[in-house]
Design a protein around this ligand. Sequence first.
Ligand SMILES: [Fe+2]
Ligand SMILES: [Fe+2]
Length: 157
Amino acid sequence: MEIYTALKNDHDKHRDLLAKIDETSGDSERRRELWGEFYCSVKSHAAAEEETFYAALMKDADGQPKARHSVAEHKELDDLIDELNDMDMSSSGWLNRFKTLRHDYEHHIDEEEEDIFPVAEDVFSHEKAEQLGQRFEKREKAELSLVAEKSESKLVD
Ligand SMILES: [Fe+2]
Ligand SMILES: [Fe+2]
């Protein structure tokens, strides 16, 4: 699978989770479950995306500015995700802050698909895009177990 399809599949999953979380209320089991799924998936996606797709794009003169811009956005989004993760889900502020995250994250993935993929398609051969896709899927699995491990040790603390 080419890297673009692998990334887009995750983005679609994230869009769906964000829409579902937006409809939850208070500190409910459904909100916890959906948020936990989004949290682990988005963290492992972003890490693997940086380690494969953006690391490769960064090496190209045309790709570098786009890659830098996106990686900087990852940092901002990651801070917001951690802030939400530490916030009391029953507080009225949680959903407000979540709506900011939803807006910013959807903007980020729209931009990846609409502005960055076309640049990357010029930079990478089909073969390279396939190879990056495979590496991405492998990295994402490894990152997912790291994220899960971390959030479990946090529960024990
Ligand atoms: Fe991203
Ligand atoms: Fe992405």
